[in-house]
Design a protein around this ligand. Sequence first.
Ligand code: IPE
Ligand code: IPE
Ligand code: MG
Length: 248
Amino acid sequence: MTAGIQPVSENPGGEVATPRHVAIIMDGNGRWASQRGLPRSAGHKRGAEAVREAITGAVKAGVGYLTLYAFSSENWNRPADEVMDLMGLLKLYLSREIRSLDKQGIRLRVIGRRSRLSRDINEMIDKAEEMTRDNRRMTLVIALSYGSRDEIIDAARAIATAVVEGRESIEAIDEARFESALSTHGLPDPDLIIRTSGEQRLSNFLLWQAAYSEFLFLDTLWPDFTEETFAAAIEEFQGRDRRFGARP
Ligand code: IPE
Ligand code: IPE
Ligand code: MG
């Protein structure tokens, strides 16, 4: 598998190819709930259901990798009861959905600071990754307790340590080596990054990997995201002209 900046090639029919990797910043659960006079937790609950829609949409579109930003390193700064709600939902999701993901031929991979997650969640993740490791239909990457700056710092530290210990030379540090030290090692860069809720920012998501990603900002709030929303996003992507700096 090749990683890094990869132009999406046109297929022989002249039709633009499906993105290999789609990443989604699932935002707007709180606003969805407050618009209905409900507690934020109700928005998160509906948001977890929308995850199923995104996965089905991605499988139907033939996407190889789907990355979902579920909890950022900065989300730890939210009130304790909200963090607890989100962790509870995560456990519920993992316990209920893993078998179905496995049946659909989906491989699960989690990226982010695992050390900040509870022991039982870590055990569930280990089990799920192990159970689905041979699945090839699609890889679902869940970014949990994830922050891109953390990830880049960890990579820099790992490489610096190897250099200081004399195992690697400074000259050998290139894009491929740096990529290999990121938590996303081996994954192609995202072709398309979608953010719901109308916000237009990355919020510390895939800063290195997004070098040549296409962005799609939708006003839809995450709990309202459906398979059809995903299909429309793919169609929009297929109309984009990607240049990778190479064409005038
Ligand atoms: C996204 O919804 C879920 C997480 C960030 C965990 P928000 O909780 O950020 O919802 P808004 O942005 O307040 O509407
Ligand atoms: C980004 O959403 C993180 C996730 C969707 C998991 P936030 O709601 O945390 O981002 P900001 O605070 O609006 O930038
Ligand atoms: Mg938000």
